[in-house]
Design a protein around this ligand. Structure first.
Ligand code: 5GP
Length: 131
């Protein structure tokens, strides 16, 4: 059965899309640690990030870099933090999280509640900065 992220990539499940290339897709995390929290995924279904082949992993990091630059341009933050967990969804993904201090990367922090309109606005702002 397709992973939830594959179903997001095909559009079967809606998402706040940020960017798409041949082999990668980026969209807002539905339960964000900060405004602009974005997930970067390969279209290929592989559970564990470090099981991706070298070429795909390298290209994914370059795609993530472009997404991070767009987040930096669109969201007020000191920098974009990078996190890999992967315990909830068995489809490799990189978390990109706008942060201002080390504590902003703490998984125990309360998540940010955003309305549909806020998600739409953030996604549109980041998309407009994606080169
Ligand atoms: P992890 O697997 O890295 O522990 O966490 C998976 C992440 O995916 C979580 O931050 C969670 O909020 C996010 N997530 C899970 N299901 C969905 C979904 O259906 N849509 C979106 N946009 N994000 C999801």
């Amino acid at each position: 059965m397709a992973t939830i992220f594959s179903r997001i990539i095909t559009g079967e499940i809606p998402s706040y899309k940020i960017a798409e290339e041949d082999r990668f897709f980026a969209f807002l995390d539905i339960n964000p640690m900060a405004k602009g929290h974005t997930l970067v995924v390969p279209k290929q279904e592989t559970d564990y990030l470090f099981d991706l082949d070298d070429t795909l992993l390298s290209e994914m990091m370059l795609f993530a870099k472009k997404v991070a630059k767009a987040i930096e341009a669109a969201v007020s933050c000191e920098r974009v933090g990078v996190m890999v967990i992967g315990l909830e969804v068995p489809h490799a993904h990189i978390h990109l999280i706008p942060i201002n201090r080390e504590g902003d990367m703490n998984l125990a922090n309360p998540r940010v509640n955003l309305s549909n309109e806020e998600f739409e606005e953030i996604a549109a702002n980041i998309r407009s900065c994606f080169a």
